[in-house]
Each structure stands twice: as C-alpha cells, then as structure tokens.
Design a binder for this molecule. Structure first.
Ligand code: ZN
Length: 341
C-alpha cells in the first residue's frame, strides 16, 4: 500500500468525522447490536436482516502458536526476493506444510530491477461443496529496503503465520463447505520506494491470470486477503475497492464473535494490494487490512516494523474472523454475477 493512499484515507476519516458520516453511525449501530450476543450463539434478533448462517463447526486459531510462527519467520531476517532469508522462509513454509497438498507456482518477474525468480505456494484443503474460498498473504519483504534490517513483522510475517495457523485448523478435517486454498504470494511489494502497481503485485497478478486462463477463477467464491493485521492496535478499515457483499460478511463474522469494534470504523480505497488482480478477473474479494500502523502509520515500511508492535490478541481476532467468514461464505448465496461487483 502506498503512503499517499494512507494520507488519503486519513483525510477521508477526517471528513467522515466532521460530517458524522453514515459509515460511522453504522459502526456504532453494529457495535451496540453485537454487545448482546455471545460469541457462539445465533440470536436472530442481533443479526442483520441479510444474515447468513454458518456451515461447519466453529474454528479458532491457536494465537500463541501464530505468534511463534511469526517469530520464526522474522528470525530469518530480511526476506526480499533474491535474499538468503527468502530461500530459508520458502524452505520453512514447505516444512510446516509437508503433510498438505501444496502447489508451487514458479515464474520469473520482469521487474524494474531485473528478472527475479518468484514463487507462490497454494495449499489446498478439499471441501464437500463445489467451489473454492481463497485466503492469501504475501510473504516477502521489500526489495528497496534490502540494505536495512527491515523484517516486516506485521507486513508479511504475521499474516503468513496466520495462514500456517489456519492450515493447522483445517488439516485432517472433513470440510463441509467449499474447498479452502491458502495462497502464500510472492512479490507483493513495489520494487522501488515510490509505489508503482506495474512494478508490484507480481505473485498475485501471475496467479490471477493463470486462474483466469485455466478456469479456476470461475470456481473461486471469494478471495480474502490478510495484510498487516497482527498490529497490537488493531483497526481494520473498510476498503471501497473490495467487493461490498464480501466485506459485509467479514463484518458479520466479526460481529458474531464480538470483535466488531476492531472493524470498519474507517473507510477508504486500497489502491495497491494483492486483491486487485483477482478482482480484475471477476473474483469477489475482500482486503482485510489495517493501514494505520503506529502513530500516523510510522511503523509501515520502516525498520520499526518489529515483533514488539504485534499482539497475540490481534492475531486471535484476525484469524478467528477469517475462519468465521469462511463459515459464512459456505452458506452465502452471495456469489454475485461479475456485472454487479
Ligand atoms: Zn508492505
């Protein structure tokens, strides 16, 4: 995500507060409705009119283990494409997923700094229903920060760890709903400091085009992107570039778990992230992102993005809401035709 986008979203927030905009009112309403609901109950009175019922048993990530995975990824040091750290992280991921069906999607990105070999990993858990839900995170750190100690604890490590923790929950289970695919994406970050969508989103662009060409895209019911959501000060924004009904399900999932106060108090457009190439080929998407990392986003893309800025609680909230959103997607009829997205 770009710094200018960040400034834009703050301005947007100021305007929203100044005008007591409807989004803010809506967030307040959702908050008071949810407070009377126990996490595991299904009180119809507290659910929105368009609420869908979950399919499959409730699942929770092991947040302590997620934090441990984050530490292990960070311990490899900077993991920009071409680095030793990146090789080590790939080996680490494969080791954690050795019991699973893992597809390696290798390609060469023709970037502004030269041709760079990259690799996405797609971990597949088959479900009973015909269709796929994808959960994704990028796992590399920024090439332009390669001469610093930047380890992207929140930006890439925590969300890759979350995917590993979600895999732990899915492994060995018979899934009643759609198949779940976890995508570890390479090359999300822009190669140069000045963000350029044509010099970033390499892994997602490659995979989205492949899925469009081979017909996989048509089977994907929704693509959920996790980005920077280990932040101890968790505030996930509503992204106007995501598919509205998928975003609504994310909020519904958060509300069911009593976590709605961490979601959608602010609204803005995410114009540079891995959900966009999938959206461009007609897949419903939601970018689950906290773009307010440290005061005035001070930790974002700086060497301050370290483990001490994260919390186990945030990993629990983010992971559980993603798992709950999957259950809601299983029964949702919301796979709207591409023309309405
Ligand atoms: Zn980043």
């Amino acid at each position: 995500m770009t710094p200018s986008q960040q400034r834009g979203s703050f301005l947007f927030l100021l305007v929203m507060i100044a005008s007591l905009g409807c989004s803010r009112d809506k967030a307040t309403t959702a908050s008071s409705a949810g407070s009377s609901v126990l996490p595991s109950t299904q009180s119809s009175a507290a659910q929105p009119a368009n609420a869908v019922q979950p399919v499959g048993p409730a699942m929770h990530v092991d947040a302590a283990r997620t934090m441990q995975y984050t530490k292990e990824i960070v311990a490899f040091g900077p993991r920009w494409d071409g680095s030793k750290g990146m090789d080590q992280v790939r080996t680490y991921l494969k080791g954690k997923l050795k019991a699973d069906e893992v597809e390696e999607d290798s390609f060469v990105a023709d970037t502004s700094v030269g041709k760079i070999p990259m690799r996405n990993f797609i971990v597949k858990f088959p479900g009973a229903k015909d269709g796929i839900i994808v959960v994704a995170s990028h796992y590399e750190t920024n090439y332009w920060l390669r001469k610093t100690s930047f380890v992207g604890a929140n930006d890439g490590a925590a969300t890759s760890a979350l995917l590993l923790a979600i895999a732990d929950q899915l492994r060995g289970k018979k899934l009643e709903g759609y198949s779940i695919w976890l995508a570890f994406l390479d090359g999300e970050e822009s190669m140069t400091r000045e963000w350029n969508n044509d010099d970033a989103l390499w892994g997602s662009s490659h995979l989205a085009k492949r899925w469009q060409a081979d017909g996989t895209g048509k089977k994907v019911k929704a693509f959920l992107l996790a980005d920077m959501i280990g932040d101890a000060d968790l505030d996930i924004q509503r992204d106007t570039n995501s598919t509205p009904w998928v975003e609504d399900l994310v909020l519904q999932a958060a509300t069911r778990l009593g976590y709605q106060s961490y979601f959608f108090a602010t609204t803005g457009a995410i114009t540079g992230d891995d959900h966009l190439p999938f959206k461009a080929v007609g897949i419903p998407v939601a970018d689950i992102i906290d773009i307010d990392y440290g005061f005035n986003d001070a930790f974002h893309h700086t060497i301050e993005d370290t483990l001490d800025k994260l919390s186990t609680k945030s990993l629990q909230i983010s992971g559980d809401v993603i798992l709950e959103t999957m259950r809601l997607l299983n029964s949702s009829q919301g796979a709207a035709p591409a023309s309405t997205q």
